[in-house]
Ligand binder design. Structure first.
Ligand code: ADP
Ligand code: MG
Length: 244
């Protein structure tokens, strides 16, 4: 397989008359962590959602793992199984215990049998440091623990790339570190990750590339030390001065 995991070219997305993504080109190499930063409403979530076609682009191409998702003939459900997504709101199934949260899609989508799905689920719970919570209900867990379960659930599908949309924004400050710690560990293990975040410290330390978005465009992109440490564009400087 090629070294490119996600390739986006000329991506456009509108909601009615509102042009949200104007012309996005983005390449994510296998094993890289790309952090997307930018003001609210700049199109960050829409971009992420176009990567797995939760939003259907109005123009341009999205290729993930060599499969063009924007090709109308593609099996989008199959392609999506290789793309993990973690949202700001954890979206666990509240009526299922933790382990069943981790096994349901494995069984229904990947057709794994119960025993295999449980083994894989338990392995991924261990990865996020929550082995002892397998039988807990989501409501019994802290927000940080619920988010780590959501990450374990995504990992249980053996994704080739993980998309994170502000995974720590809904958490109490003291719980943010545990979730970022898990993400850092995934990055160290070589997971390809696209992360929308306001955690500038995380972006600086973990990202191979940082993208600053504003008004539906990528305004500035490059190594974290350049984009965050020494931004060239006025809009980037102004955004960073407000969040740092
Ligand atoms: P960000 O994640 O950077 O805050 P979003 O991608 O969520 O930005 O939103 C970008 C713009 O698109 C905003 O103006 C938002 O209101 C609009 N938008 C997002 N999703 C929809 C939708 N489903 N329908 C209409 N407008 C939307
Ligand atoms: Mg958003």
């Amino acid at each position: 397989m090629s070294d490119i995991c996600v390739e986006i070219t000329g991506l456009k997305k509108s909601f009615g008359p509102l042009e949200v993504l104007k012309n996005i080109d983005l390449q994510v190499n296998r094993g890289d962590v790309v952090c997307i930063i930018g003001p609210s409403g700049s199109g960050k979530s829409t971009l992420l959602r176009c990567v797995n076609l939760l939003e259907e682009p109005n123009g341009g191409k999205v290729v993930v793992n060599g499969v063009e998702l924007t090709d109308p003939d593609v099996d989008i459900d199959l392609a999506r199984t290789k793309i993990g997504m973690v949202f700001q709101s954890f979206n666990l199934f509240s009526h299922l215990n933790v382990l069943n949260n981790l096994t349901v899609a494995q069984r229904k989508v990947l057709k794994r049998d119960e025993r295999e799905a449980q083994e894989i689920g338990l392995r991924n719970l261990e990865r996020v440091g929550l082995s002892e919570k397998a039988n807990s209900m989501p409501a019994q867990l802290s927000g940080g623990q619920q988010q780590r379960v959501a990450i374990a659930r995504a990992l249980s599908m053996d994704p080739e790339v993980m998309l994170f949309d502000e995974p720590t924004s809904a958490l109490d400050p003291e719980l943010v570190g545990d979730v970022l710690g898990v993400m850092r560990q995934l990055a160290d293990e070589g997971m390809t990750m696209l992360v929308v975040t306001h955690e500038m410290q995380f972006a600086r330390e973990v990202a191979d590339k940082v993208i600053f978005m504003d008004g539906g465009y990528i305004v500035e992109a490059g190594p974290a030390d350049e984009v965050i440490g020494n931004p060239q564009e006025e809009r980037t400087k102004s955004f960073l001065s407000r969040v740092l």
